[in-house]
Design a protein around this ligand. Structure first.
Ligand code: F6P
Ligand code: MN
Length: 326
């Protein structure tokens, strides 16, 4: 089934309204343009060079960060989206004052992988606007209407879910037809796993609950978990997320004691919320250590949070270490 067919079926089943459907379709067109840039630009390395600018959070911007956001804004401007919230902007970009949907995006996730030909992506989240977009930018993820992400890697993929119902659905961009085609049935995250994803280079900076989880994990069969684990870390949230939706696992990006990371590194509005909706709808969990990500009310657009998601048994083990530390 094509993405267009899936969107029509979702609207017919009452899982999404026409505005949501047309916005997702326009994001898919933007993703195809980003994919085109990534695959065909003869000087790909240049897309990974720094522009000299920084985003709202002080991160150095790469050329592709800026181009990707431009393409998304261009496509969304042709819809009746009420506003764009972007990791690359200080404030909301107000679009159609009558629009019913606010779109939050991380235009180019995993930028450190741009110039080394490793999977990168685009993450999106749709929120209701309630008439005044500017007054509705700080909503808990529980209010999301839809969420998903694209990956640009060996395959270009999309994973998508509507809060109103239906599957967490995966799609692959067919290079021949230029269409996203559904790949398999509903995605679900098994409760148990032997695979974890974490950047363990920061172990020294971790707080005790995370250290405890890792110590127990690394003891393997001889420890409390009574099993040996494998580790994967792609350094693109989208690529680790896609893998977990395909074959399970747990992803961990804890807060740590490095300056600026004390309350986490990943962004609530642009990264954790959409992943949180996908995980919960796929039978997994996403927490900040203690609370479900979807229950957090953002204090500002660029708020960072610790993020743990995937297999429920492993997320609960991590949650247990946090609650016994309180
Ligand atoms: O968007 C931030 C991000 O690039 C994620 O995609 C990825 O999971 C993480 O940062 C990688 O962080 P680090 O470079 O600290 O391993
Ligand atoms: Mn990102």
């Amino acid at each position: 089934m094509s993405l267009q067919g899936f969107l029509s079926a979702s609207a017919a089943a009452g899982h999404a309204d026409d505005d949501q459907v047309s916005i997702i379709a326009s994001l898919a067109e933007a993703a195809k343009s980003i994919d085109h840039l990534v695959r065909r630009n003869s000087i790909v390395a240049d897309l990974g060079t720094e522009t000299g600018g920084a985003n709202a959070d002080g991160d150095h911007q790469k050329a592709l960060d800026v181009k990707a956001e431009g393409l998304i804004l261009e496509h969304l401007s042709a819809t009746n989206a009420a506003a764009l919230l972007s990791e690359e902007q200080d404030d909301a970009v107000l679009l159609d004052p009558d629009g019913s949907v606010i779109v939050a995006v991380d235009p180019l996730d995993g930028s450190s992988n741009i110039s080394v030909n490793v999977t990168i992506g685009t993450i999106f989240s749709l929120l209701p606007s309630h008439g005044d977009a500017a007054a509705n930018t700080l909503q808990a993820g529980r209010h999301q209407l839809a969420a998903g992400f694209f990956t640009y890697g060996p395959q270009t993929t999309l994973v998508l879910t509507f809060a109103g119902g239906g599957d967490v659905a995966g799609f692959i961009l067919c290079p021949d037809s230029g269409e996203f085609i559904r790949s398999g049935g509903a995605l679900s995250v098994p409760a148990d796993t032997k695979e974890f994803a974490v950047n363990s280079a920061y172990t020294n900076y971790w707080f005790p609950p995370m250290k405890q989880w890792m110590d127990d994990t690394l003891m393997g069969k001889s420890g409390p978990c009574e099993k040996d684990y494998r580790m994967r870390w792609i350094a693109s949230l989208v690529a680790d997320g896609w893998r977990i939706l395909q074959r399970g696992g747990i992803f961990l990006y804890p807060a740590d004691q490095r300056p600026g990371n004390e309350t986490g590194r990943l962004r609530l509005v642009y990264e954790a919320n959409p992943i949180g909706l996908l995980m919960e709808r796929a039978g997994g969990m996403a927490i900040d250590g203690v609370n479900p990500i979807l229950d957090l009310v953002p204090e500002n657009l660029h708020q960072r949070v610790p993020l743990f998601f995937g297999a429920t048994s492993e997320v609960k083990r991590l949650q247990h270490h946090h609650s016994s530390a309180d």
